[in-house]
Design a protein around this ligand. Sequence first.
Ligand code: PMP
Length: 435
Amino acid sequence: MTNIFETLESQVRSYCRAFPAVFRKAVGATLYDESGRRYIDFFAGAGALNYGHNHPFIKRRILEYLQGDGIIHALDLYTTAKREFLESLESIILRPRGLDYKVQFPGPTGTNAVEAAMKLARKVTGRHGIVAFTNGYHGMTAGSLAATGNAYHRRAGSSLLNGVSFLPYDGYFGPEVDTFDYLRRFTEDSSSGLDKPAAVLLETIQGEGGVNVASFHWLKRVETLCREHQILLIVDDIQAGCGRTGTFFSFQPADITPDIVTLSKSIGAYGLPLSIVLLKPELDCWEPGEHNGTFRGNNLAFVAAAEALRLYWRDHTFRLAIGHKAHLLRRRLTAIARQWESFGISVRGRGLFAGLAFEDHPTAARLISQEAFHRGLILETCGAKDQVLKFLPPLIIEENLLEEGLDIVAQCTRQVLAGGTDASIAEEEIQQTNS
Ligand code: PMP
């Protein structure tokens, strides 16, 4: 059934190895393979499907647009779809949050936005260096890969990777060490070997790197340091943005205002490729066409994106609903971590962006993910050793489906950590539900 993929498609394929079904359709937080088997989706296209699969209202708008021969490809020409998107972004997202940004459309994927942001920071400041952080992930093209920590990914591009210095992310050495001190010291000591960088590039929560959460205090101090030294602050909100952590931008509760923000994944709302770079107006020193591209601004994605902003972000209802489900997720994961306390499991994350980390038993996460797949749950792993189970359910997931998926996680954790039988797992599940 999977022959053609295995024989014709390059070895580089990845997620399909962990989840080797052939998927045919998907609705909301569920996927179906071609035999009709249902899977609960706790992965949401690595954060590209915050509004779930085939959202009915967004689909209706897309179909209307297609039916009316709405323009699909337009390079960066002015279009009604782009106008609607920009107007919605400004009135629903930026203005109410007091954010004054201009919008750049790079190529359609996340790495395109990061490349544009890094290039702009270098152009504006006339400096070359970028400071990135341990376990950061920013993409696979030369510039963004240079800012990505993972050795496995860096290997193939090693000769291209330059211009980035890595410093320890918040919590890298454990809770005892305040890594901000390193950043300050390296920045302020003219003999540290770190040339004054153009920008500091960071994720507020490192998604691929293991759901590592930076504290608001750490983020605030990084911002202040950047301001003091005229270093630009770039927040890569590609995975953590668009409501994933509860607020539209992940950095809002830290009370920081980055100079540049990259957004991708769920900004396209329907799994359609779209990336944007938000930049403070005074940084907009691009010459016309200086950062060009054929696929900049995907008009079908503009239609979907504008509809999602209108549907979900005009008031606080959605934010509150995310908070409610996030609480449920946290409670259930904490219960699992407590139950298996002797294994040293920890719970991480913010909003509907959570991790269950098996630092002392790194293989357990992969085994649980495999077992979960057999039981109809798509749950990815992340972290340098794949030691963290990553929970990224669509934000619109129904509570009962979230609970059902978490029941599977509880069962699989037991199966893997204790080699439990089905009967004991069922008993466990009943006890958990009653507790
Ligand atoms: N930045 C972050 C924070 C990401 O999580 C990702 C994708 N996982 C990227 C950049 C790169 O995005 P893309 O895969 O669309 O190029």
